[in-house]
Design a protein around this ligand. Structure first.
Ligand SMILES: Nc1ncnc2c1ncn2[C@@H]1O[C@H](COP(=O)(O)OP(=O)(O)O)[C@@H](O)[C@H]1O
Ligand SMILES: [Mg+2]
Length: 243
């Protein structure tokens, strides 16, 4: 089956500047869903021996950053894994803002050689999580990402951490996330229900390819309807495969 389901996220509360504090969500269902996603994720990286995982989506606004931050926080919070979270969505970098970190210096400065690893690494103390923000906005990230420096950067993170989570740009409008496929062990594709056109979701699945896809995270699932969407998702794929 293509794109096995990795988890569900419902509605985590009002959209606000403080959205990444979903770490501390008081919504029990949402907290439980995050925990389930994290458990499946941990199991998958353990069984397949994975390290570098990109969280992506078809288009912007599907919940990549929210789900990546929460996954990283939960995973680091187990105390079993040393986790680093990297903001590679260099055109629309909002990860640091959500975490109330300065976003500069970050990946951009590191790749340009004006900052070292020590300066770009931030710590979320409560979670034991390391975060590398994007740095200053950069109009043509591919110029930086395609270079040798980026390869070395990822290699260093592979050495130092158990899990490297990449918050990447969406795959339909820009090709960066897919162009980096040789450096990435697997992708998790976020699909926001009622938001993303199905044909774009399908296109992203094809772009990523079955071998590189760890699974799909369904976001925006209405309360108490996980079973329905599990079936819906299964049927959707059967229809796709037959058709
Ligand atoms: N499950 C959710 N519950 C509540 N708000 C959400 C949820 N998923 C995403 N959002 C909101 O939608 C917006 C886009 O999410 P974000 O993670 O920034 O998307 P992306 O990184 O894919 O562009 C944010 O304002 C975020 O708070
Ligand atoms: Mg984002």
């Amino acid at each position: 089956m293509i794109g096995r389901l990795m988890g569900f996220l419902g509605y985590g509360g009002e959209e606000s500047e403080d959205r990444y504090s979903l770490f501390r969500t008081t919504d029990q269902i949402f907290a439980e869903q995050q925990k389930n996603f994290c458990s499946r994720f941990e199991y998958a990286v353990d069984t397949h021996g994975l390290k570098v995982v990109a969280i992506t989506s078809s288009i912007a606004g599907e919940g990549k950053t929210v789900s990546t931050v929460n996954l990283a926080g939960k995973l680091a919070g187990t105390g079993r894994k040393k986790v680093v979270l990297v903001d590679l969505d260099l055109r629309k970098s909002d990860l640091a803002k959500g975490l109330r970190f300065p976003s500069i210096p970050g990946v951009v400065e590191l790749l340009q050689g004006t900052a070292g690893m020590k300066e770009v690494l931030r710590e979320v103390q409560s979670q034991g999580l390391a975060v590398i923000p994007s740095g200053r906005r950069f109009s043509d990230p591919w110029e930086l990402l395609k270079g040798e420096r980026f390869r070395e950067f990822l290699a260093e993170l592979r050495d130092r951490y158990d899990v490297v989570l990449l918050d990447t740009p969406p795959v339909v409008p820009v090709s960066d996330a897919i162009a980096l496929r040789d450096l990435i062990d697997r992708y998790v594709l976020v699909f926001r229900l009622g938001y993303t056109p199905h044909n774009l979701f399908r296109q992203s699945l094809e772009d990523i390819g079955e071998k590189k896809l760890l699974g799909v995270l369904l976001n925006g699932v209405p309360p108490r309807s996980e079973k329905y969407y599990q079936r819906y998702y299964g049927k959707y794929y059967l229809t796709q495969e037959q058709g």
